[in-house]
Design a protein. Structure first.
Length: 541
């Protein structure tokens, strides 16, 4: 009897201790129970579309579903992986690597799958396999403006281009649901639901038809002249609206991450020495400061010594008298340097700054670079022989478009921009700033018309229209200050049309073409792009 009482006493003490322990740990056990029964599911917001100026989609959201699994609930991961892979039309080894860890509580089986295939995968009835709604970013126009539009990652966050810069507006606000689930992870009841707020559409200034034509012409030009790449820009100089920005090599936005070397928008990040297209700036400064007039003439020798450098023209000639208009039309290096010397270092630097070189244009796009202007205290004796003709200074294509846009717009420079509207909010135009007088701008347009009529830019002519513009052929600088390449050049043409009342400025910049003359390579591309844009926008001759 005493032994029996001891056994019962020990048993009651053990049971009482366990009860006390359970009571003390009730909160912890309850938390574990809630984790097993309750699950919070994020409801992604529909990402806004990116549209061209007429509402044609560059980027849209497409319905998709993500299939996931709870690996510790799968008794045979290998068989499960093969069944899921066969249903989802993916490779089973990747699925197996995701779900083989029996200690894991979550694993992705397939992200952004077809909703129909995802439903079939869930219908297999595998424990812990479920799905949730998601979106897949799709770019219907493929390569069109890909480096401008950019792309969004699998998680729906913008990673480049407009997708990145306007991500806050495009993304919207995600919602969520708290659901009760059974031991196999299947939803039984929705306890709480907060609906997502969709993102806003972003409408760009780009015109999809002009963009596609610019892409086609530029890609053909790069291929024809065995070039490394190129950039083309079409702008409305009156407002600063960008109708097209083309970058070659082209990139398919649906596979953007596969081409990291070509992801950048060269129009704003490509820094180059502009060559003869920069002579317009030198002459604009000299005209504005009353140092020359279009008819001022100079006796130009066949060679000009400036510091430790000897300047030559592109074509061999004897001593010749040229006026300012002829210097620009024939693209005389010696003439441009002669005018630059009369202008002087400080005034030339002032005009370079006034035209916006060495600083950002303010375009609404991420990653813009400002180029490089050598400070006056670092000029060599030969620098005044380089900069007036566009060497020894670094610019971007968008800076050159803005500068020529000022001449096209009666001397007033507008800030270039790409975003026209976000949701219902129409983006206001920024006020322009005057660079030169309307008289000087008109004189420059007339001289630039001579360049196309009978100068170096005759291949830029467009039937029925008067074109004003300038060719550029610039040697590329060698790395580490090693001088200039003898074989690699940047060929360019920047023009405006119609010349008397310009409504378009078009720039074509081609990197390392062969042959390399701007009038041979870039001018014909300008004529094709500008000619199509004139028709597309119904701009009369």
């Amino acid at each position: 009897m005493r032994l029996l009482r001891i056994v019962f006493l020990v048993a009651f003490v053990a049971i009482g201790g366990k009860a006390a322990a359970l009571a003390a740990g009730q909160g912890h056990l309850a938390a574990i129970a809630r984790e097993q029964q309750l699950r919070t599911v994020v409801l992604p917001a529909q990402r806004g579309a990116i549209l061209d100026r007429d509402g044609v989609a560059f980027a849209v959201a497409q319905d998709a579903k993500t299939v996931y699994a709870t690996p510790y609930m799968l008794s045979d991961p290998l068989t499960a992986a093969k069944r899921l892979a066969a249903t989802l039309h993916i490779k089973w080894r990747g699925v197996y690597r995701a779900i083989y860890d029996r200690k894991s509580g979550f694993a992705y089986v397939a992200r952004q799958a077809s909703p129909a295939l995802a439903d079939k995968a869930v219908a297999l009835g595998l424990p812990g396999v479920a799905d949730y709604a998601e979106e897949k970013r799709v770019y219907p126009l493929g390569t069109a403006a890909a480096q401008v539009v950019g792309y969004a990652g699998t998680d729906g966050r913008g990673l480049a281009g407009i997708e990145y810069s306007d991500n806050a507006a495009l993304a919207g606000t995600a919602g969520h649901q708290v659901i009760v689930q059974d031991p196999e992870g299947q939803a039984l009841q929705v306890m709480q639901s907060v609906q997502p707020k969709p993102g806003l559409d972003v409408r760009l200034t780009l015109d999809n038809a002009i963009q596609l034509m610019a892409d086609h012409v530029l890609a053909t030009t790069v291929r024809q002249f065995h070039a490394k790449g190129g950039t083309a820009i079409v702008e409305n100089p009156r407002t600063g609206e960008i109708y097209a920005i083309s970058n070659v090599p082209l990139v398919n936005a649906n596979h953007f991450g596969a081409s990291p070397a070509q992801q950048g928008n060269k129009a704003i990040i490509y820094s180059y020495e502009p060559g003869s297209t920069f002579k317009m700036v030198t002459i604009a400064g000299a005209l504005s400061d009353d140092i020359v007039t279009p008819s001022s003439s100079f006796l130009l020798p066949p060679a000009l010594q400036v510091g430790d450098r000897v300047i030559h023209d592109a074509e061999t000639r004897g001593t010749e008298r040229m006026n300012v208009a002829q210097i620009l039309a024939k693209s005389s290096n010696i003439g441009a340097v002669t005018i630059g010397e009369k202008l002087g270092k400080q005034r030339l630097l002032d005009w370079i700054g006034r035209f916006g070189f060495g600083r950002l244009t303010g375009i609404d796009f991420p990653g813009e670079v400002q180029g490089y202007v050598l400070p006056g205290d670092k000029w060599w004796s030969s620098t005044i022989g380089n900069v007036p003709m566009g060497q020894g200074i670094s610019v971007t294509p968008i800076q050159m478009v803005a500068a020529y846009g000022a001449i096209a717009n009666g001397g007033v420079m507008m800030t270039p921009y790409l975003t026209a509207q976000v949701g219902k909010h129409v983006m206001p135009h920024k006020a322009g700033r005057r660079i030169v007088s309307a008289t000087v701008a008109a004189e420059l347009r007339q001289m630039l018309s001579d360049v196309v009529a009978d100068g170096t830019g005759t291949l830029a002519q467009i039937p029925g229209y008067v074109v004003a513009g300038k060719t550029g052929t610039a040697q590329k600088a060698l790395p580490n200050g090693g001088g200039y390449s003898k074989t690699n050049y940047v060929a360019s043409f920047i023009g405006m049309v119609p010349a008397r009342d310009p409504q378009l400025v078009v720039a074509v910049v081609v990197d390392q073409p062969h042959p390399y003359w701007g009038g041979t390579v870039a001018a014909p591309a300008f004529a094709q792009i500008a000619g199509y844009a004139l028709q597309r926008l119904e701009i009369a001759p």
